[in-house]
Design a binder for this molecule. Structure first.
Ligand code: SF4
Length: 292
């Protein structure tokens, strides 16, 4: 199997077959991200992808789920993605879901018809890096999309019948803005009905523009207490059916998974319980986070 440079996948995809279709990230400009900073973006040749599919078939008797790497594999045009999905189905007819990371702009580069065609080819449950529904923060983080784009592109996925996970970061808007961010995220989640949400927490990594801004006092990171307040408010305001809350990411200091709204009370009680165990010094601090 071909793997080039760093490979990331959501923890949820631990049992999925990984198949490389791109290298790096086509955007590679988010101001907090170091994931593929030193890895130039490229598209893998179809022959290589086909050879990897054939090799994987020899090794695995049953594959339900395939995760296409790397950072924003949905950047591939429908023209490139369709033959990849067809080839996967030819060799793995049992496959149920072909998924990958996607940015909002990756959705934008496909027509409604193309989204439907890809969905028919089992492309589904995309991991969409929304990061935040707070418009000003989204611009600052340099995701390359606006909040209006975010809303309309997620609705296009709804229309195409393509499920998605909504990836976002607590603390994305910085100090003092957690509650307003929670309100905006919950509004967008409720309006677009993702299959799940995958929260992480913003950290200032060495070598990022964000880290420089933090050092210069241009951007102030949220304290741990504010992160928990944002988490509580987000969970309180979520009002969709059977939403997977996938927060068991190593970067979250209160990591847990649950189903909302079914487990809302248990989740809120356990967060409150955890907060009660922590010292004020810790709650009012900004712990160092090594993240994306
Ligand atoms: S956060 Fe995602 S889209 Fe942004 S630079 Fe990193 S890998 Fe690329």
């Amino acid at each position: 199997m071909t793997f080039t440079g760093p490979i990331y996948r959501p923890p949820w995809e631990a049992d999925s077959l990984l198949l490389q279709v791109t290298v790096g990230c086509a955007h590679n400009k988010c101001n907090f991200c170091t994931m593929y900073r030193d890895t130039p973006f490229s598209i893998d040749p179809f022959e290589q992808i086909e050879n990897d599919i054939i090799e994987a078939r020899k090794q695995y008797r049953k594959v339900n789920r395939i995760f296409l790497v790397n950072g924003d594999a949905f950047v591939l045009s429908a023209r490139r993605l369709k033959p990849i999905a067809e080839k996967i189905i030819e060799y793995f007819p049992e496959v149920e879901v072909i998924t990958m990371y996607s940015s909002i702009n990756n959705i934008k580069n496909k027509t409604d018809e193309e989204l439907v065609e890809l969905r028919k080819l089992r492309v589904n449950e995309l991991w969409v890096g929304v990061e935040t529904a707070h418009g000003e923060a989204l611009k600052y983080l340099n995701k390359g999309s606006t909040i209006e784009d975010t809303r309309s592109q997620l609705k296009r996925l709804n229309k195409a019948g393509m499920d998605f996970f909504y990836g976002f970061m607590y603390g994305a808007a910085g100090k003092g803005r957690g509650i307003e961010t929670a309100i905006e995220n919950a509004k967008l989640i409720n309006a677009t009905n993702p299959v799940g949400i995958a929260p992480t927490t913003l950290g200032a990594n060495e070598g990022t523009p964000l880290k420089k801004d933090v050092e210069k006092g241009i951007f102030e990171l949220a304290t741990e207490r504010e992160i928990y307040e944002e988490m509580i408010k987000t969970i309180e305001l979520i009002d969709t059916d059977d939403l997977i809350y996938y927060g068991a990411h190593a970067i979250n200091t209160i990591p847990f998974n649950c189903i909302l709204p079914r487990d809302k009370k248990i989740a809120l009680n356990s967060i409150e319980g955890r907060i009660a165990e922590l010292s004020n010094d810790f709650l009012d601090s900004v712990p160092v986070r090594h993240s994306i």
